[in-house]
Design a protein around this ligand. Structure first.
Ligand code: F0G
Length: 450
């Protein structure tokens, strides 16, 4: 059993503090405003343990009052609390106060799309589209919390390793906070939209000759030696922010728990955050039961899926390769936390092939919704579980779309314009500037449909 199995602080622990950072491995507590990237005693990952919300008399707040507070918050104090993250401030960073650095973010839609449901074979499928965040991915939820902590600890610079979305998000939030940002990305392996954002927002961008796993090792070392505040998802405050994806889904569903929540998985930070959010929501009585969490990896980057099939007996590392560059990760950092999340929720871990990811993405795109390749892994995973009889057609399933369709325009142009063997390509047609040419194209298209 891990040292850090607490859900909330006990009454006698950490007197006078709302939250502590506690080591997953040795259980050591580190003060809330300590900027260490890991446990100073043993190097284990730190997690935030909050005190369960209390009322003005110091008594625990009951679930109904908490739900009411969450629903009031968004309108009550527009400065920070219009955010879908800071609405849940009490469960994210209760002492953030004026340090909050917010776009705002969150408040993303939960969509039902008949075309996607029919393709996956699940009528009750809902898409939680995190691509509607300010920089186009779910990373903004963790980054608003992480950057706020950087402000609180007077960080002189912030850094991350990234497959592209974290770097775009860090670049944007660091610019807003006025703190220099430094990002480490695998050279030649970052999708065009993400690279463009990172450069535009002004982060110092290091194209590392190596993969994401090497970038992560390097940034950890650099942050330790150069005293730069680390903003990868092993940063415990990033996890706190990302919990709000789940809290917001539950709130949107009237706290009526779905049967499954399905998400793409790479470094496993989000899987860990979802597990923590569900444990806390359950302990507070916000929900009566837990949904089953399903993490979906790309087949070429699936060490966690392999370990799941073996009963999590050992940790695996692979040389990762997949078209879904966001999750091209072979040595996920939040491994143990993700194991706990899957075990606690009677969850599942799957892998889907690049072809299955593309098939799912084509459906999501053609429904007018769109998402980046990695995001489509969640819907491909739903289809696989329906086929295997684990998800029933009538089950209520939330699939998280983690990033916006414009994150990876290069892949789309290649698919629709360049690749000759792609049957579903929507090829653009070059024409002379005449109505006759337009009419010809229309005629040929309607002929093709007839
Ligand atoms: N989907 C997208 C679009 C991502 O960018 C990522 C991770 C994931 C899913 C997987 O989440 O790592 O928490 O399991 N992107 C990171 C990055 C690694 O650097 O942007 P995870």
């Amino acid at each position: 059993m891990a040292a850090n199995d607490s859900i909330f602080l006990h009454a006698h622990e950490a007197p006078g503090q709302h939250s502590v950072q506690r080591c997953d491995v040795c259980g050591q507590d580190v003060p809330e405003l300590d900027a260490s990237p890991a446990c100073p005693q043993c190097g284990g990952l730190l997690a935030i343990i909050h005190r369960a919300p209390l009322d003005s008399m110091g008594a625990p707040v009951d679930a109904a009052a908490l739900k009411h507070a969450f629903s009031q918050h968004c309108c009550a104090r527009p400065a920070g609390h219009a955010s879908g993250v800071w609405r849940f401030e009490r469960l994210v960073m209760p002492t953030a106060g004026a340090a909050i650095t917010s776009h705002p973010e969150g408040n993303t839609p939960l969509m039902a799309r008949a075309r996607v449901s029919a393709w996956a074979g699940c009528d009750g499928l809902l898409l939680k589209h995190e691509g509607y965040n300010p920089t186009g991915s779910f990373k903004d939820r963790g980054m608003t919390a992480g950057t706020t902590q950087a402000v609180r600890t007077h960080a002189t610079a912030v850094a991350c390793a990234s497959t592209g979305n974290t770097s775009a998000s860090l670049a944007s939030y660091a610019a807003q906070a006025g703190i220099p940002g430094l990002v480490f990305v695998p050279a030649g392996k970052v999708a065009l939209g993400k690279m463009a954002q990172t450069l535009a927002y002004g982060a110092t961008t290091l194209l590392v000759r190596g993969d994401f796993d090497e970038c992560l090792r390097l940034v950890q070392e650099a942050s330790r030696e150069l005293g730069i505040y680390l903003l990868n998802s092993i940063n415990p405050w990033r996890v706190e922010g990302q919990k709000t994806i789940v809290l917001e889904v539950l709130q949107q569903l009237g706290w009526d728990v779905p049967d499954f929540i399905v998400l793409p998985a790479g470094n496993l930070g989000n899987t860990a955050a979802f597990g923590k959010a569900l444990r806390e929501a359950h302990a507070l009585g916000l929900i009566a039961k837990l949904p089953r969490l399903v993490s979906v990896q790309a087949a070429g980057a699936a060490p966690f899926a392999r370990a799941f099939r073996e009963g999590f007996r050992e940790r695996h590392r692979v040389q990762a390769e997949t078209i879904a560059t966001a999750i091209r990760i072979g040595d996920p950092a939040s491994w143990d936390r993700a194991v706990r999340a899957i075990r606690d929720t009677n969850g599942l871990v799957l892998s889907v092939t690049d072809d299955e990811i593309i098939d799912a993405k084509v459906q999501i795109d053609a429904a007018g919704v769109g998402c980046e390749p990695a995001s489509a892994a969640s819907v491909a995973g739903v289809k696989q579980l329906v086929r295997d009889g684990i998800i029933n057609a009538g089950d209520r399933v939330v699939a998280v779309l983690t990033g916006h369709v414009l994150k990876d325009p290069g892949m789309l142009v290649d698919l629709h314009q360049e690749r000759r063997d792609f049957a579903q390509a929507n090829r653009p047609v070059e024409i002379e500037a005449s109505v006759a040419a337009v009419a010809e194209v229309i005629a040929s298209r309607s002929g093709a449909r007839a």
